[in-house]
Every structure is written in C-alpha cells, then in structure tokens.
Design a protein around this ligand. Structure first.
Ligand code: ZN
Length: 388
C-alpha cells in the first residue's frame, strides 16, 4: 500500500457527510443517559463491520455512558498515533429533537448537539472510515476516541483520555470552530468550580432575630468578594452562577450555598487561586463554612509544541487552499487535559457555526468539506506526520 498525495476539498462530498452527521444528531445523547449513548456507539461501531479497525468499547459505568476507541494501524507499525478526540454527549435532554428537529436554512444546519460537537466527532470518525475502506496506509496509526461525559466534566473518561493522550504523537480535538470560518483553537482557559455552603442558626425573624445567624448573609459576603476578584486578578475571572438558601421570609436562614465558576489562563495562578478559594473562612464566627471543589480542567496553554503543530497544520491547510487562523477561548474541552500533558494539541477542528448549548445551535454547511479535507490530510500526509 502506498500513501496518497493530498486529497483536495472538492473530493469530499458534503451531502454524504451531512447525512451521517444528521444520523448522529438523531441519536439523542444527554450525558446522563448511558442507554441512549450506547445506542449511538452501537451505530458507530457498526460502521466498521468487516473493516480492519480495532474497536474497543469501554462499558458504561457510574451512571455514565460508554466510550469507544477506534484504532487503525494496517501496517502494525505501533508508532505513536495521531489521536482524534471528541465527545458524543450533549447538553440536551431526550425529547429536544422532537421540539427542534434538524433543519437547514441556507448555509446553516440547525440541530441539538450538531455544533457541540456531533459534526466534529462524526467528521473524525468518517476520516478513519474512509482510510479503512480505501485501504490507505497512514504514516501513523490513527485513533479516534469518543467519550460521553465531556459536558459534565469528563470524570469517568479522564483516565482513558490521559492514557491515549500520553501515547499519541499529536492530538486533534474536533470541537466546534467558532464564528470565524477557518480558525482553530490554540489556547483555552482552565476551569475550576467550587461550592460554598454556609450553616448558620435559624430563628424567628420577629421574636428572636438576634439569636439567629444568617447563612444567606454569610454567603452574600463571599459572593461579593469572590466576584470582585475578577477585577483584582489579572489572570482569572469568577462567576457565582447559582445561589440557594433559606426557607421563609420570617425565618433567619440556617442554610445557604453558592456555586462558583473560575477561569484561569495559567496553571500557577490556577493553583494559587484554588488554594485561596478553598481557604476561605467564615466572616461570622458562629457560622460554619464548607468550601469544596477545585480545578477541573487545567489551562490549555499555547506551548511551543502547540505552536509547532499549529504552524505545521497551517502549512498543510495552505496546500489545500484553506487559510487557517487561530483563536483562544474561555470555554474548556478535553483538549485542556491533554495539552497539560505537554503534547502538541490542536482544538476547534470541527465545523464553524454558533450557538453551543443554545437554541440557535448550528453548523455552517460550507465548512463540512474543508474540515473533512483537512482531517484527511492530517491523517495521510507523510511530510506532516514526520514532523511529530
Ligand atoms: Zn464540546
């Protein structure tokens, strides 16, 4: 078998690819429904029946769906693979599709989970499928990993992500590319989340107010201080996204809690700020304060390895006639986990579009074939693979 030269964008049939993407969207896959996730994974596995692709299914556990590792190494080279890593879970509950079926309006194709990130995960899978069907010998083994708990923190899949990441020569994350067409993501902030829980003393608001110790008042003071850190900390932002507490207006509240979302652009600061939040003490000595949580995904820093992969990919895209730009995002992905291993990682390789986690979620049809061509070139080009 001999490797093929670069395959042009015009050789990719966007309609055929879209038909498969629409099938994937047709399997609703909220992170908390292992049964539904398994149904999509069964479908994906079935695409490879009779082909020389190793399929390793990691079964559902801890109430989370299964995961799938597809590996194509016809030469049995055992070289470090090129890893495509995507998720198939979405933030949409079962039944959403009935309310908002897939529809196309000009270049926009709408559908729950299509942009984040069924289109990208499907494109990576179809790249592997094309290689296997055509009997192409890629310069490196190609691995596709599909996980199913990314939207809820990748707690179950994390070990597999790290193992596959360590083994790989280069890692491609086909998360959505945002509004700017032709961009990839070379940095993401890290993400931490915390819960502050205050326990005070309840009392009658009329008869014995002073015997009470308000948990809401305690939490409120922390909320103000933590949110002010967005101004005082140059490398981080903070959002208190939820608060809860109290029972009735005439009762001094004994319980209250707040959930904090933290975004940080480098690991030293992430660790320092994590320690600072966890070390918070109550303002009122009669109120108990418990702080839990921490860094969930480390910052994805544009390291020299990331920059090198970006430059090499820009050269490859150039040969396809595709301009390639780079962008940095506040939102996290599993790319954060593997970038922290010091690996060359490129993220945002999926279709352009908008509306992740939103009602207007859509991809741009015109970006399907260019991204398919780029992924195919990444997997097959000898000169590109030789650089890593
Ligand atoms: Zn995503």
């Amino acid at each position: 078998m001999k490797p093929k030269s670069i395959r042009p964008v015009s050789a990719f049939d966007a309609d055929r690819i879209l038909a498969e993407i629409v099938k994937w969207v047709g399997f609703e896959t909220p992170s908390d429904r292992p049964d539904l996730i398994d149904a999509l994974l069964d479908h994906v596995e079935g695409l490879f029946d009779g082909l020389p692709v190793e399929r390793r299914r990691i079964p559902a556990s801890e109430g989370r769906g299964g995961q799938l590792v597809l590996r194509y190494d016809p030469a049995r080279s055992n070289a470090e693979p090129l890893l495509f890593m995507g998720h198939i879970d979405t933030v949409w509950a079962a039944g959403t599709l009935a309310e908002r079926p897939v529809r196309r309006d000009g270049d926009k194709v709408f559908g729950p989970g299509i942009f984040d990130m069924k289109a990208g995960s499907c494109l990576a899978t179809l790249t592997l499928l094309d290689l296997a069907r055509e009997g192409i010998a890629p310069p490196r083994p190609v691995v596709v990993f599909l996980n199913s708990d990314e939207e809820i923190g990748s707690h179950v899949s994390r070990g597999t992500i790290e193992t596959l990441g360590r083994e790989a020569a280069m890692i491609m994350v086909p998360e959505p590319s945002f509004e700017a067409v032709g961009t990839v993501i070379t940095a993401r902030k890290g993400w931490g989340n915390f819960t502050l829980k205050a326990t005070g003393v309840s009392a009658h608001a009329g008869g014995s107010l002073h015997e009470g110790r308000s948990a809401i008042r305690e939490i409120a003071r922390h909320v103000i201080e933590i949110e002010a850190m967005t101004e005082s900390e140059p490398h981080a932002t903070f959002n208190v996204g939820t608060i809860a507490g109290g029972t009735r207006p005439n009762v001094v509240p004994a319980e209250a809690l707040a959930e904090v979302d933290m975004r940080v652009d480098n690991m030293d600061e992430a660790k320092r700020l994590e320690a600072a939040i966890l070390a918070r003490r109550p303002f009122d000595p009669d109120v108990k304060l418990e702080v839990t949580g921490g860094i969930n995904r480390p910052p994805f820093v544009r390291s020299s390895e990331v920059a090198r992969l970006y430059e090499a990919t820009r050269g490859l895209a150039d040969r396809l006639g595709l301009p390639l730009g780079e962008t940095q995002r506040g939102g996290v992905s599993d790319g954060n986990i593997v970038a922290a291993l010091g690996k060359p990682v490129l993220d945002g390789l999926g279709c352009s579009g908008a509306g992740a986690h939103a009602l207007h979620e859509h991809i741009l049809y015109s970006t399907i074939a260019p991204r398919a061509a780029l992924m195919y070139a990444m997997a097959t080009d000898e000169a590109y693979a030789a650089q890593f």
